[in-house]
Write a protein of this length. Structure first.
Ligand code: SF4
Length: 256
Protein backbone atom coordinates (compact mmCIF):
# COMPACT_ATOMS: atom_id res chain seq x y z
CA UNK A 1 0.00 0.00 0.00
CA UNK A 2 2.83 2.37 0.94
CA UNK A 3 4.60 1.64 -2.35
CA UNK A 4 1.47 2.52 -4.35
CA UNK A 5 1.04 5.73 -2.36
CA UNK A 6 4.64 6.71 -3.06
CA UNK A 7 4.15 6.23 -6.79
CA UNK A 8 1.05 8.38 -6.65
CA UNK A 9 3.10 11.18 -5.08
CA UNK A 10 5.36 11.19 -8.14
CA UNK A 11 2.43 11.33 -10.55
CA UNK A 12 0.62 14.04 -8.59
CA UNK A 13 3.71 16.24 -8.51
CA UNK A 14 4.51 15.67 -12.18
CA UNK A 15 0.95 16.69 -13.09
CA UNK A 16 1.25 19.74 -10.83
CA UNK A 17 4.46 20.72 -12.63
CA UNK A 18 2.79 20.34 -16.02
CA UNK A 19 -0.07 22.51 -14.82
CA UNK A 20 2.45 25.22 -13.93
CA UNK A 21 4.01 25.01 -17.39
CA UNK A 22 0.52 25.20 -18.90
CA UNK A 23 -0.20 28.36 -16.88
CA UNK A 24 3.04 29.81 -18.22
CA UNK A 25 1.89 29.05 -21.77
CA UNK A 26 -1.44 30.80 -21.13
CA UNK A 27 0.38 33.80 -19.66
CA UNK A 28 2.68 34.07 -22.70
CA UNK A 29 -0.31 33.74 -25.02
CA UNK A 30 -1.99 36.58 -23.08
CA UNK A 31 1.14 38.74 -23.53
CA UNK A 32 1.12 38.01 -27.24
CA UNK A 33 -2.18 39.85 -27.60
CA UNK A 34 -0.70 43.15 -26.48
CA UNK A 35 2.36 43.95 -28.62
CA UNK A 36 1.62 45.96 -31.73
CA UNK A 37 4.74 44.57 -33.27
CA UNK A 38 3.75 41.71 -35.61
CA UNK A 39 7.12 39.95 -35.25
CA UNK A 40 6.75 39.90 -31.44
CA UNK A 41 3.21 38.53 -31.74
CA UNK A 42 4.35 35.76 -34.08
CA UNK A 43 7.21 34.91 -31.71
CA UNK A 44 4.91 34.73 -28.65
CA UNK A 45 2.36 32.61 -30.52
CA UNK A 46 5.03 30.26 -31.78
CA UNK A 47 6.50 29.92 -28.28
CA UNK A 48 3.05 29.22 -26.76
CA UNK A 49 2.35 26.57 -29.40
CA UNK A 50 5.71 24.95 -28.66
CA UNK A 51 4.98 24.79 -24.90
CA UNK A 52 1.51 23.39 -25.56
CA UNK A 53 2.95 20.60 -27.72
CA UNK A 54 5.52 19.74 -25.02
CA UNK A 55 2.80 19.69 -22.33
CA UNK A 56 0.51 17.55 -24.50
CA UNK A 57 3.25 14.98 -25.26
CA UNK A 58 4.28 14.88 -21.59
CA UNK A 59 0.66 14.38 -20.48
CA UNK A 60 0.32 11.53 -22.93
CA UNK A 61 3.53 9.99 -21.57
CA UNK A 62 2.34 10.32 -17.95
CA UNK A 63 -1.08 8.86 -18.77
CA UNK A 64 0.51 5.87 -20.50
CA UNK A 65 2.99 5.45 -17.66
CA UNK A 66 0.25 5.61 -15.00
CA UNK A 67 -1.91 3.10 -16.88
CA UNK A 68 1.02 0.69 -17.29
CA UNK A 69 2.21 0.89 -13.70
CA UNK A 70 -1.12 0.84 -11.91
CA UNK A 71 -2.59 -1.89 -14.11
CA UNK A 72 0.72 -3.82 -13.98
CA UNK A 73 0.63 -4.37 -17.74
CA UNK A 74 3.97 -4.07 -19.59
CA UNK A 75 3.72 -2.25 -22.92
CA UNK A 76 6.36 -4.11 -24.93
CA UNK A 77 8.34 -1.72 -27.13
CA UNK A 78 6.73 1.32 -25.47
CA UNK A 79 8.53 0.62 -22.18
CA UNK A 80 11.67 2.41 -23.39
CA UNK A 81 9.64 5.45 -24.47
CA UNK A 82 7.97 5.49 -21.06
CA UNK A 83 11.37 5.46 -19.38
CA UNK A 84 12.19 8.60 -21.36
CA UNK A 85 8.84 10.17 -20.34
CA UNK A 86 9.50 9.32 -16.70
CA UNK A 87 12.94 10.89 -16.81
CA UNK A 88 11.76 14.00 -18.62
CA UNK A 89 8.99 14.76 -16.10
CA UNK A 90 11.13 13.95 -13.05
CA UNK A 91 12.78 17.42 -12.89
CA UNK A 92 9.30 18.95 -13.13
CA UNK A 93 7.97 16.77 -10.30
CA UNK A 94 11.05 17.64 -8.26
CA UNK A 95 10.48 21.35 -8.90
CA UNK A 96 6.83 21.03 -7.77
CA UNK A 97 7.99 19.25 -4.60
CA UNK A 98 10.38 22.12 -3.87
CA UNK A 99 7.65 24.70 -4.39
CA UNK A 100 5.32 22.83 -2.03
CA UNK A 101 8.10 22.31 0.47
CA UNK A 102 7.71 18.53 0.27
CA UNK A 103 10.59 16.47 1.59
CA UNK A 104 12.99 15.92 -1.33
CA UNK A 105 13.73 12.32 -0.32
CA UNK A 106 10.02 11.50 -0.51
CA UNK A 107 9.81 12.49 -4.18
CA UNK A 108 13.13 10.73 -4.87
CA UNK A 109 11.80 7.53 -3.26
CA UNK A 110 8.63 7.82 -5.29
CA UNK A 111 10.65 8.27 -8.49
CA UNK A 112 12.91 5.29 -7.62
CA UNK A 113 9.93 3.00 -6.98
CA UNK A 114 8.23 4.09 -10.19
CA UNK A 115 11.46 3.57 -12.12
CA UNK A 116 12.06 0.15 -10.50
CA UNK A 117 8.74 -1.13 -11.73
CA UNK A 118 9.36 0.20 -15.21
CA UNK A 119 12.82 -1.41 -15.21
CA UNK A 120 11.20 -4.78 -14.46
CA UNK A 121 8.87 -4.30 -17.41
CA UNK A 122 11.82 -3.42 -19.64
CA UNK A 123 13.65 -6.58 -18.60
CA UNK A 124 10.75 -8.80 -19.63
CA UNK A 125 11.89 -12.41 -19.51
CA UNK A 126 14.26 -12.92 -16.59
CA UNK A 127 17.20 -15.32 -16.30
CA UNK A 128 19.78 -12.64 -16.95
CA UNK A 129 23.45 -13.48 -17.30
CA UNK A 130 25.17 -10.12 -16.73
CA UNK A 131 24.00 -8.56 -13.49
CA UNK A 132 26.07 -5.78 -11.98
CA UNK A 133 25.70 -5.02 -8.29
CA UNK A 134 26.86 -1.47 -7.77
CA UNK A 135 27.46 -0.67 -4.10
CA UNK A 136 28.51 2.63 -2.53
CA UNK A 137 31.82 2.95 -0.70
CA UNK A 138 30.05 4.18 2.46
CA UNK A 139 28.86 0.61 3.13
CA UNK A 140 32.42 -0.38 3.92
CA UNK A 141 33.44 -0.21 7.58
CA UNK A 142 35.22 3.11 8.07
CA UNK A 143 38.25 1.48 9.71
CA UNK A 144 38.65 -1.32 7.19
CA UNK A 145 42.11 -1.05 5.56
CA UNK A 146 41.31 -3.12 2.44
CA UNK A 147 40.97 -1.44 -0.94
CA UNK A 148 37.70 -2.94 -2.10
CA UNK A 149 37.08 -0.18 -4.66
CA UNK A 150 40.11 -1.45 -6.59
CA UNK A 151 39.02 -5.07 -6.37
CA UNK A 152 36.14 -6.52 -4.36
CA UNK A 153 38.20 -9.66 -3.79
CA UNK A 154 40.33 -7.63 -1.39
CA UNK A 155 37.43 -7.90 1.10
CA UNK A 156 38.32 -10.48 3.75
CA UNK A 157 34.63 -11.12 4.49
CA UNK A 158 35.13 -10.53 8.20
CA UNK A 159 31.46 -9.54 8.54
CA UNK A 160 32.08 -6.16 10.17
CA UNK A 161 30.15 -4.40 7.40
CA UNK A 162 27.49 -5.36 4.81
CA UNK A 163 30.10 -5.71 2.04
CA UNK A 164 30.82 -9.32 3.11
CA UNK A 165 27.16 -10.35 2.85
CA UNK A 166 26.70 -8.62 -0.49
CA UNK A 167 29.85 -10.15 -1.91
CA UNK A 168 28.67 -13.62 -0.90
CA UNK A 169 25.32 -12.98 -2.55
CA UNK A 170 26.98 -12.02 -5.82
CA UNK A 171 29.02 -15.22 -5.73
CA UNK A 172 25.86 -17.23 -5.06
CA UNK A 173 23.89 -15.59 -7.87
CA UNK A 174 26.83 -15.27 -10.30
CA UNK A 175 26.61 -11.51 -10.44
CA UNK A 176 29.46 -9.03 -10.62
CA UNK A 177 29.97 -6.69 -7.68
CA UNK A 178 31.79 -3.39 -7.71
CA UNK A 179 32.13 -0.70 -5.07
CA UNK A 180 32.20 2.88 -6.35
CA UNK A 181 33.34 6.02 -4.58
CA UNK A 182 31.28 8.27 -6.87
CA UNK A 183 29.35 8.69 -10.09
CA UNK A 184 32.39 8.82 -12.39
CA UNK A 185 33.78 5.53 -11.14
CA UNK A 186 30.31 3.97 -11.30
CA UNK A 187 29.96 5.03 -14.94
CA UNK A 188 33.41 3.56 -15.72
CA UNK A 189 32.44 0.22 -14.18
CA UNK A 190 29.24 0.17 -16.25
CA UNK A 191 31.14 0.96 -19.47
CA UNK A 192 33.67 -1.77 -18.77
CA UNK A 193 31.24 -4.51 -17.80
CA UNK A 194 28.25 -3.61 -20.03
CA UNK A 195 25.67 -5.36 -17.84
CA UNK A 196 22.15 -6.36 -18.89
CA UNK A 197 20.84 -4.91 -15.64
CA UNK A 198 22.24 -2.90 -12.75
CA UNK A 199 21.26 -3.49 -9.15
CA UNK A 200 22.30 -0.23 -7.54
CA UNK A 201 22.48 0.45 -3.81
CA UNK A 202 22.68 4.08 -2.67
CA UNK A 203 20.94 6.83 -0.74
CA UNK A 204 17.86 8.55 -2.20
CA UNK A 205 19.83 11.41 -3.78
CA UNK A 206 22.55 9.31 -5.46
CA UNK A 207 20.15 6.60 -6.56
CA UNK A 208 17.68 9.03 -8.13
CA UNK A 209 20.41 10.92 -10.00
CA UNK A 210 22.08 7.65 -11.10
CA UNK A 211 18.82 6.21 -12.41
CA UNK A 212 18.11 9.47 -14.20
CA UNK A 213 21.57 9.38 -15.87
CA UNK A 214 21.62 5.75 -16.96
CA UNK A 215 18.77 5.26 -19.39
CA UNK A 216 20.25 2.67 -21.75
CA UNK A 217 20.41 -0.11 -19.12
CA UNK A 218 17.54 -0.98 -16.72
CA UNK A 219 18.47 -0.09 -13.14
CA UNK A 220 16.81 -1.55 -10.05
CA UNK A 221 17.54 0.56 -7.00
CA UNK A 222 17.74 -0.50 -3.35
CA UNK A 223 18.07 2.20 -0.71
CA UNK A 224 20.69 2.05 1.99
CA UNK A 225 20.11 3.36 5.52
CA UNK A 226 22.28 5.84 7.41
CA UNK A 227 22.12 5.10 11.15
CA UNK A 228 25.52 6.82 11.62
CA UNK A 229 24.75 9.89 9.52
CA UNK A 230 25.42 10.46 5.82
CA UNK A 231 28.21 8.56 4.05
CA UNK A 232 29.49 6.78 7.18
CA UNK A 233 29.11 3.06 7.89
CA UNK A 234 25.78 2.88 6.07
CA UNK A 235 23.77 -0.34 6.02
CA UNK A 236 21.53 -2.18 3.59
CA UNK A 237 18.96 -4.92 3.95
CA UNK A 238 20.77 -7.92 2.39
CA UNK A 239 17.48 -9.85 2.29
CA UNK A 240 16.02 -7.17 0.04
CA UNK A 241 19.09 -7.32 -2.21
CA UNK A 242 18.86 -11.12 -2.34
CA UNK A 243 15.20 -10.93 -3.34
CA UNK A 244 16.09 -8.66 -6.26
CA UNK A 245 18.92 -11.00 -7.31
CA UNK A 246 16.57 -14.01 -7.09
CA UNK A 247 14.04 -12.15 -9.20
CA UNK A 248 16.63 -11.21 -11.82
CA UNK A 249 17.88 -14.80 -11.98
CA UNK A 250 14.32 -16.04 -12.47
CA UNK A 251 14.10 -17.81 -9.09
CA UNK A 252 11.04 -15.82 -7.97
CA UNK A 253 8.50 -14.19 -10.23
CA UNK A 254 7.38 -11.30 -8.06
CA UNK A 255 9.16 -8.67 -6.01
CA UNK A 256 7.55 -7.05 -2.99
S1 SF4 B 1 33.55 -7.23 5.41
FE1 SF4 B 1 35.20 -6.74 3.97
S2 SF4 B 1 35.02 -4.57 3.58
FE2 SF4 B 1 33.83 -4.99 5.43
S3 SF4 B 1 35.24 -4.62 7.11
FE3 SF4 B 1 35.39 -6.79 6.63
S4 SF4 B 1 37.06 -6.92 5.16
FE4 SF4 B 1 36.47 -4.77 5.25
Amino acid sequence: MEVKTRKRIFFALALGGLLLVLSLAVFIWFLSKNPNDLAARIFFNFFTAFILVVVFVSLLGIALLAFTLFSNKPMGGLNNIMTKSLNSVYPLAFFSAKLLNINKDLIRKSYIETSNQLAKFRLGEMNLKKILLLAPHCLQDRDCPYKITVDIENCRRCGKCPIAGLYELTIKYKAKMVVATGGTLARDFIKQYLPEVILAIACERDLASGIHDVTSIPVIGVLNRRPNGPCCNTVVDCKEVENVLKYLCGDICQLN
